[in-house]
Ligand binder design. Structure first.
Ligand code: F6R
Length: 599
């Protein structure tokens, strides 16, 4: 999880790069660096820690006239946060910055070392620049050499490379990690990992598709395939930050593909999961887990409890933080106390964490905001890397929480030896497919838009599901009620007959989560019971269900978590479209705040 910026133009380049990196600080980082090229001469600066340290290091350096620069904030994945490991990485005459992970870097590094290349850092990124310079020896044309380099990389990347052999040029490539290119009438060219640094600077931007590779100079932007579609970037910060979407919530739903890649970088490996944040001994002596959270974060915890028990065979309890605080809980020191919070500032969750710490429990925070109160207090933290979430109704933060918890369940399973290598491999493979599932799930947006007109009234919504789809039903209902102000409940499908089914009539809307991978027939029977009592049914399933009044067809998947993530997107889109039709402010629903710092 890193931030990248690039610039070609006449301005003072150092300031341009560092200010751009400042706009990306929210992505989290532990070191930063820039490389500036003028008249075929490159200077590079790096610093560990905050950008103020880079400011200090570069205070006597200034440029004037045309120049080219690349900059980077690094979140350590391979190798510690040191100056040597910070980007840009240099070869003999070229520099590179990279966001993502090069999975086959070891093979490339070994091959390059055999032909005499010396490496200075422990990073995966450094192979790119050395490989490029080797390819330059083979190809006369630098772009051909760059293409040959990128061709050999497996994994995820957004790459910017500059070389003294091409003095006004930035080479770029994207696969799996976000990158935007911008331009303006002054022949200035900008690159960034998100649009924040480009607002007020670029007039038009193109959001690069995976597989894009190209180069830019003051006169030309060339890309293969020819897929760069430049769209105007609004000058006003708020409109521009929405990136053409109607609401932040919509943007955040659409962003989930990129964000999920960031969440997984360095953690989901070829046949394993890893957390640099947890030291070897962290889980020693732990034989149970207690999750504690509020709202959407509580739903993420509840969903993961099924995974922890099923995969890691460890007893799990999930508590709502505001309840936990006053129940005089019995806490034992073999319990890992895990708090989950997007903001890291939720008062109830923070207080619960303090109670657990005072009781001597080992504590872990799963959080989206580095340096938040919860992160500072917990013994260890795993950041979800969702980026700033502006919409009050949580979307991408929930997705990344569930993903981190799934990875953690697998991490536990491995440590406890409860899953064999084949089962672990299967989980990891499913994980690697999540980003593309999040993207494909968006195909039903138009359908949700059309269906939404039928769901603007009624005396209530019941979102129902079984197993892990029950917490997802809770989350779907919460999304809908928060932004549409319609009454919605999440319920276990099998529990409806124990009371709530009394409400069933044509004005009771049942949103049925009917995955094929998990208890399909059982859920189907429960939906049939509701249908027989005339409830209006909207079924979400990969299998057509003839009793449904409305139907959203999802893609078939082999793993329940892939169905989970796809249905999550459907719920988000549906809630948003209903709320938009009702004329509500989707991003700032009435009575709600993004960070609940009161009890
Ligand atoms: C719902 C939502 C809230 C939060 C809850 C906890 O969309 O966002 O329910 O999940 O207030 O907040 P965090 O996760 O910041 O502790």
């Amino acid at each position: 999880m890193c931030g990248i910026v690039g610039f070609i133009g006449q301005r003072e380049i150092k300031r341009q790069l560092i200010e751009g990196l400042r706009e990306l600080e929210y992505r989290g980082y532990d070191s930063a660096g820039i490389a500036v090229m003028q008249d075929a001469h490159i200077q590079s600066f790096k610093a560990v820690g905050k950008l103020s340290n880079l400011d200090e290091k570069t205070k006597n350096f200034e440029t004037s006239g045309l120049g080219v620069g690349i900059g980077h904030t690094r979140w350590a994945t391979h190798g510690k946060p040191t100056e040597l490991n910070a980007h840009p990485h240099m070869g003999e005459y070229s520099y590179v910055v990279h966001n993502g992970i090069i999975e086959n870097y070891r093979e490339i590094k070994t091959a390059l070392e055999k032909v005499g290349v010396n490496f200075l850092s422990q990073t995966d990124t450094e192979v790119i620049v050395h490989l490029f310079e080797k390819e330059v020896e083979r190809y006369k044309n630098l772009f051909d050499a760059f293409k040959a380099t990128i061709d050999q990389l497996d994994g995820a990347y957004a790459v910017l490379l500059v070389s003294q052999k091409a003095p006004d040029t930035i080479f770029f490539a994207r696969k799996g990690s976000p990158m935007i290119i911008g331009k303006n009438r002054n022949q200035e060219v900008f690159f960034a990992s998100s649009d924040a640094p480009l607002i007020g600077e670029a007039e038009e931007v193109a959001y690069m598709e995976d597989g894009t590779i190209g180069y830019a100079t003051p006169d030309t932007i060339y890309a293969e395939p020819d897929s760069l579609v430049f769209v105007p970037l609004a000058g006003d910060k708020l409109t521009a930050q929405k990136g053409g979407y109607r609401f932040f919530m919509e943007k955040e739903i659409y962003e989930q593909y990129d964000v999920m890649n960031d969440t997984m970088i360095g953690r989901v490996l070829d046949d394993d999961v890893a957390f640099e944040e947890l030291n070897e001994a962290f889980l020693d002596g732990i034989s149970r887990i207690k999750f504690c959270a509020c709202g959407t974060s509580y739903h993420a915890a509840l969903a993961s409890s099924y995974l922890f028990e099923r995969q890691a065979k460890i007893p799990v309890e999930v508590e709502i933080a505001s309840e936990f605080r006053y129940k005089e809980p019995l806490l034992t020191d073999d319990t890992l106390f895990v708090v989950i919070s997007q903001s890291g500032e939720t008062a109830d969750t923070l207080e619960a964490l303090k109670m657990a710490k005072n009781a001597g429990l080992r504590t872990l925070a799963i959080c989206n905001v580095d340096n938040s109160s919860i992160v500072r207090l917990a013994d260890a933290t795993i950041l979800t890397r969702a980026g700033i979430e502006k919409g009050v109704a949580s979307t991408k933060a929930f997705a990344t929480q569930v993903m981190v918890l799934w990875m953690l369940a697998l991490y536990f399973a491995k440590k406890r030896g409860t899953l064999n290598a084949t089962a672990i491999q299967k989980e990891v493979e499913a994980m690697s497919r999540v980003p593309s599932v999040l993207k494909k799930a968006l195909d039903v947006h138009e359908k949700c838009k059309r269906l939404s007109k039928r769901y603007l009234h009624g005396h209530g919504f019941f979102f129902i599901g079984r197993d892990i789809f029950y917490p997802l039903a809770l989350e779907g209902a919460l999304k809908l009620k928060e932004i549409s102000y319609l009454h919605a409940e999440g319920y276990p499908a099998g529990e409806m007959k124990h009371g709530p089914i009394a409400l069933a009539d044509a004005e009771l809307f049942t949103i049925a989560l009917m995955p094929k991978t998990l208890l399909y027939d059982k859920t189907k029977s429960n939906v049939e019971e509701l249908s027989a009592r005339d409830s209006t049914i909207l079924a979400i399933s990969p299998e057509f269900f003839d009793l449904a009044d409305d139907f959203i067809l999802t893609h078939p998947h082999e793993h329940m978590m892939l169905e989970f993530f796809e249905m999550m997107v459907v719920e988000q889109l549906l809630a948003m479209e209903v709320a938009i039709r009702l004329g509500n402010d989707v991003d700032m629903p009435r009575n709600l705040a993004k960070s609940v710092t009161v009890e």
